[in-house]
Design a protein around this ligand. Structure first.
Ligand SMILES: C[S@@+](CC[C@H](N)C(=O)[O-])C[C@H]1O[C@@H](n2cnc3c(N)ncnc32)[C@H](O)[C@@H]1O
Length: 395
């Protein structure tokens, strides 16, 4: 599992590696095979009636990513939002040591009960699992040195900021806009302003059944459900408007922007999430729809798409050459479907080009601040949220 994490490009500090080696992951998913437990993927443990994932054991590389951001020290008091199987709490408890303490909170009684049982079976003593809405934090255990959400949030609930010690750190998978999320580590600066000290791309199941829920829905674009689009709470789109959109006239716009093997598109996604009002949403595609020539997604069964009013644009690719080692170089393109012509696809392609011409791996900082003005020209994007405004500042 450790090799799979590092092969996927994630780094582990010696302490984090020690913690992952010390905690038996399979004890937390007794229904999974050993192979499944140590794959670099999630293990789903609870589904909703409409087949949405409600709870899962997180992907090891994402566990590693957050451990690096959280930097738990011996003796720390840690709050984890989203106890799930209890596995991550056990890893955090190892890092906090016998004089530290972990409180893990989950919103479903059955999940809490199972996490308690599995932590006990694994012999982990310094973890308490409590039932409640994690968006309210857990006041009785405050102040915490570290708070980590292993569940996706759209806004940053007040309780998380209030329950941290003055030098505390918050790590939260924050949905920026559409389906683009980043795990952001926040600390207070000397003026008391919460600023990011690190952020990396990730994706988590969203908060539910509480005060800061972030509901999402999948709408079909084809009658047979072969192509579906994920929409989020900020999208006031009537699904009927997009049903059949792929049968509208098709336009291709090529950008001249290329990417090679192992090059992540995360900065492009973040840029487009900030500049496009409708934002980027996940488009899921059955391989049969690709084979039938209906869609040409960026990846085998997935791409990012921008929903418009009765129109759609999505990211695609074509071969653009080879690296010295024979790796494929791809050019990013945009395919649009619209009754109104090519303007929508051209607009998205224009933003891809702008990103390609500017700094492709930028410095971006996030701030949680009540003030600040939106100024895209200066690289400032204010993201309005119910609890606190979040500002993305591009340098
Ligand atoms: C990805 S799982 C967490 C994985 C977990 N850390 C582990 O090691 O297995 C996300 C969890 O967040 C929980 N969750 C969702 N909404 C919540 C809320 N409002 N408060 C607390 N937990 C919540 C889900 O029930 C789910 O168990």
């Amino acid at each position: 599992m450790i090799t799979k994490i590092t092969d996927a490009g994630y780094t582990l500090s010696p302490r984090a590696e020690q913690a992952l080696r010390a905690v038996d992951r399979h004890l937390f998913v007794p229904d999974a095979t050993l192979e499944q437990a140590y794959e670099n993927s999630i293990v789903v443990t609870k589904w909703s009636d409409d087949e949405q994932v409600l709870s899962c054991l997180s992907q090891p590389s994402i566990v590693a990513l957050q451990l690096g951001q959280l930097d738990v020290q011996l003796g720390h008091r840690v709050l984890e939002i989203g106890a799930g199987t209890g596995y991550n709490a056990a890893v955090l408890a190892y890092l906090a040591g016998p004089h530290g303490h972990v409180t893990a909170i989950d919103v479903d009684a059955d999940i809490v009960e199972q996490a308690r049982e599995r932590l006990a079976a694994a012999g982990v003593g310094n973890v308490e699992v409590v039932l409640g809405d994690g968006a309210l934090g857990y006041g009785p255990g405050a102040p915490y040195d570290r708070i980590v959400a292993t569940v996706g949030a759209w806004g940053i609930p007040e309780a998380w900021l209030a329950q941290l010690a003055p030098t505390g750190r918050l790590v939260v998978p924050t949905r920026i806009r559409g389906s683009v999320s980043r795990s952001i580590a926040f600390e207070r600066d000397e003026d008391g302003l919460w600023r990011s000290v690190d952020h990396k791309m990730c994706s988590f199941v969203p908060l539910r059944s509480g005060i800061a829920d972030d509901p999402r829905r999948r709408i079909p674009l084809t009658a047979d459900n072969a192509v579906t689009l994920q929409l989020h709470q900020e999208h006031a789109i009537n699904p009927a408007e997009l049903m059949g959109v792929l049968t509208l006239p098709r336009f291709e716009a090529w950008t001249g922007v290329t990417f090679g093997p192992m090059q992540s598109l995360e900065w492009l996604y973040l840029r487009l999430a900030c500049v496009l009002d409708a934002s980027l949403c996940s488009l899921f595609v059955d391989p049969a729809a690709v084979e039938a020539g209906l869609v040409k997604p960026m990846f085998r069964a997935y791409t990012m798409a921008v929903p418009g009013e009765g129109e759609l644009a999505y990211l695609t690719w074509r071969r653009a050459g080879h690296t010295e080692n024979g790796g494929k170089i791809m050019e990013i393109g945009v395919i649009g479907h619209s009754a109104a012509g090519s303007a929508f696809a051209d607009h998205v392609a224009g933003e891809v080009r702008t990103w390609g011409e500017q700094q492709r791996i930028p410095t971006v900082q996030f701030e949680i601040s009540p003030t600040g003005t939106h100024d895209p020209q200066a690289g400032k994007f204010v993201l309005d949220r119910p609890h606190h405004r979040l500002t993305a500042i591009w340098q």
